[in-house]
Design a protein. Structure first.
Length: 103
């Protein structure tokens, strides 16, 4: 299991700014390891962010995303104390889900 996803959500003038830092190796499957063989691909495939149960952002990623990906986006309609949930799933079927409140 990976480290917790770091989520920061703040609101200003009715716009919620969400910043997410995910911990993941994000291997492309094209890099040789110490033994000369290719390191198997291992990357986040799907990311979904919900606000009080409603999807506000979803993405499908591939192996070109960097290690420990950072994601930032904005949306309208939040309030201080509302819940933001971030869930991702990788190509091995592993997943992680973390939450934060809008400050």
């Amino acid at each position: 299991m990976t480290s917790p996803t770091r989520i920061r959500a703040t609101i200003r003038d009715g716009i919620v700014d969400v910043r997410v830092l995910m911990t993941h190796e994000m291997e492309t499957g094209q890099r040789p390891g110490d033994d000369g063989k290719l390191v198997p691909a291992w990357f986040i495939r799907e990311v979904a962010v919900t606000h009080n149960g409603n999807t506000v952002m979803s993405a499908q990623w591939g192996p070109a995303i960097s290690k420990n990906p950072y994601l930032q986006f904005r949306f309208r309609g939040g309030a201080v104390g509302d819940k933001i949930d971030v869930k991702w799933t990788d190509n091995r079927g592993e997943s992680r889900s973390d939450s934060a409140a809008i400050a």
